[in-house]
Design a protein around this ligand. Structure first.
Ligand code: DOR
Ligand code: ZN
Length: 418
């Protein structure tokens, strides 16, 4: 029986549905999108929200976040991470497995799943590791873990041995799982472009041969983009993501290099792995987005404590937060500047990750009522002290942007409202 208060009607918005914009009202009933139509007449028990001039997307997806539980609750909890996700317009996020214990078996994954069940306010679907203890040796039991995970990743480290990756790819192929690889070859100079792209090249060739679904995490170099472009052209199921920081910043933009008043924390705000690159890398990533080589935007939301991020560029821990800034930064720097369309941005942040990882979901009648509403017009200044995340270190602090999320609805309930 329908209870009162579980129907929400959004009136007057612009909906991004099936690849195009339509002006329409949208009604949610009992956690489901029950109607998309113009001029839906409000009834007594509906909560009616006027969203004239605002844009509605199906819930954004981030396939690369770090929620630090189990193991590192001082950096982020699943509760604070999912609150940050909701504020950013995300209704589904996938935490990476560099945790304690690392989710490498039903038992260790179970520890994480229990915490998710107790705390998450958006969908949190974790990655299991590729190798046991994330140590780069024996491959996990993918068949057993598959029902509970987004895919498999040793994020935080690359899989150094080609034979181990080959075995993982064969297992992924046999079980129709996706591998999401942090590519970093420890035989190359630390943080060099080659440390990333050599491993992307190695894996892209193997993935094409084996025919498995293979996704590259946080691509930052022009050579990686080219390796993925080639693999796609050869018909391989190879995909990749990049992050807002690689599309908007380069090494020369570091505040700690440019501003005599910069603090050690300012250095820390620009410290992540892979690092910021050069202008030609940034341009190659944008070109990769434009031609479809780069299909996914993921934040690599990687919170650390204030102390861990206050040790300068060289000594701070690697990682910046991103869930609460990704959409406005991308809207302002890529869409407003005319480099990509708004349609493309929603594809990168919603449709494409849903398709590639097989999550499903769409802005259509009968689907789960998971949506985000954005105000594209009003300007605001990013203020990291206001984040819901426990992590506050971001290179975007103080940026003047547009495109903030005003409301996020998950399973028909408002999980964030400004
Ligand atoms: O910057 C990063 N932070 N890169 C990684 O690969 C790991 C992540 C983390 O867990 O903090
Ligand atoms: Zn990584």
């Amino acid at each position: 029986m329908a209870m009162s208060g579980n129907r929400i009607l959004l009136k007057g918005g612009r909906l991004f549905a099936q690849g195009k914009f339509i002006d329409s009202d949208i009604l949610f009933s009992d956690g489901i999108i029950s109607r998309i139509a113009q001029d839906i007449v409000p009834e007594g028990d509906m909560k009616v929200v006027d969203i004239t001039g605002r844009v509605v997307s199906y819930g954004l997806v981030d396939v690369h976040v770090h929620f630090r539980e189990p193991g590192f609750s001082a950096k982020e909890t699943i509760a604070t991470g999912s609150a940050a996700a909701a504020r950013g317009g995300y209704t589904l996020v996938c935490p990476m497995p560099n945790l304690k214990p690392a989710p490498d078996s039903l038992e260790t994954l179970g520890v994480q799943l229990d915490l998710i069940k107790a705390q998450a306010t958006v969908d949190v679907l974790p990655f299991a590791t590729i190798t046991q203890r994330r140590a780069g040796g024996a491959v996990v039991d993918m068949a057993a873990l598959k029902p509970y995970v987004a895919g498999f990743s040793d994020d935080g480290s690359g899989v150094q041995t080609a034979e181990v990756m080959r075995e993982a790819m064969k297992l992924a192929k046999a079980n129709d799982c996706i591998i999401s690889a942090h590519c970093e070859d420890m035989d190359e100079p630390p943080f060099s472009a080659s440390s990333e792209y050599r491993q992307v090249e190695r894996d892209a060739i193997m993935a094409a041969e084996i025919g498995c679904r293979y996704h590259v995490c946080h691509v930052s170099t022009k050579e990686s983009v080219e390796a993925i472009r080639k693999a796609k052209a050869a018909g391989a199921s190879v995909t990749c993501e990049t992050g807002p920081h690689y599309l908007t910043l380069i090494q020369a933009d570091r505040v700690d290099l440019n501003d005599p008043a910069a603090t050690l924390a300012d250095g820390g705000r620009f410290r992540m792995n892979p690092p910021l690159r050069e202008a030609d890398d940034r341009e190659a990533l944008i070109a990769g987005i434009q031609d479809g080589t780069v299909e996914v935007l993921a934040t690599d939301h990687a919170p650390h404590t204030a102390d861990e991020k206050s040790r300068g560029y060289d000594n701070s821990l690697m990682g910046i937060v991103g869930l609460e800034t990704a959409f406005p930064v991308m809207y302002t720097k890529l869409v407003k500047t005319g480099r990509i369309s708004l349609e493309k941005l929603f594809e990168l942040m919603c449709d494409n990750p849903r398709r590639i990882f097989g999550f499903g979901g769409a802005l259509a009648e009968g689907q789960k009522a998971d949506v985000a509403v954005f105000d594209l017009d009003s300007e605001f200044t990013i203020d990291s002290s206001k984040f819901a995340s426990m992590g506050h270190s971001t290179p975007f602090d103080g940026w003047q942007v547009q495109g903030h999320c005003v409301m996020t609805i998950k399973d028909g309930k408002v999980v964030y409202s400004e």
